[in-house]
Design a protein around this ligand. Sequence first.
Ligand code: MTE
Ligand code: MO
Length: 252
Amino acid sequence: MKRIARRAFLRAGLSTIAGVAGIGGAIYTARHRGLVPPDHSGLFGIGETLTYGAQRLLVSRQTLAREFDRSHISTVAEVNGYPPENDQYLRLVANNFDDWRLTVDGLVARPTSFSLAELQRLPSRSQITLHVCEEGWSFIAEWTGVPLSLLLDLVGASPAARYVVFLPYDDWWGSLDMVDALHDQTLLAYGMNGRDLPTEHGAPLRLRVARQLGYVSIKYLSRITVTDSLAPFGRGLGSAAPEIGYSWYAGI
Ligand SMILES: Nc1nc2c(c(=O)[nH]1)N[C@H]1C(S)=C(S)[C@@H](COP(=O)(O)O)O[C@H]1N2
Ligand SMILES: [Mo]
């Protein structure tokens, strides 16, 4: 309920701007500040712009999602979907992910491909946070991985970067703006509850975004690409979510 109230408050925030300057004024403000989400057109487009714009204007960039202590870790962690069934992924599983690489490319000075061992040697962060699925379930788990901001530093992400796109071994995919990409709690996680990330939770590496709904946290990562435009990806809406009626930005 608190979240819903906060969302309503945020929406009220931009609506207040909208009240003074008209919806057109709020949209103008959002556009002027580069706060128009990629799924801005269509039936719910104005709502998407008001929600995303309000969040980014009113909430501090570094506000942290709540972190819990170990005693709160859920005994059962639900799974959404099945691991990819294509040969490429099955071969990686069969070989214990020894041949797996994460490709990082796009607007970066040093395109790089990382093995799992290389990622595990980088400084890591562990955090116990709530994972919320749009389908109505949630669980608390500990996630361990490399802060995405650290990886983006390593490869030399360009100042022109506006989004980071996450491409997995199945056909779900997503992207983050730089506020969430550089957020302290945004992790590329290879560990869950003190063990290797289980296959069904996205092995060998998944994204964890603490301040958005679960569908944003792409599992089974294969490639991360830094870009200044989401137009070339999928239907140009920023992720698979708006292609099936959900928001690109899913702040909680
Ligand atoms: N690649 C990929 N990532 C994905 C999904 C998926 O089907 N494929 N499902 C999403 C959804 S809807 C949720 S709620 C979470 C579920 O994570 P979990 O299975 O670890 O609970 O992963 C998200 N990431
Ligand atoms: Mo979900």
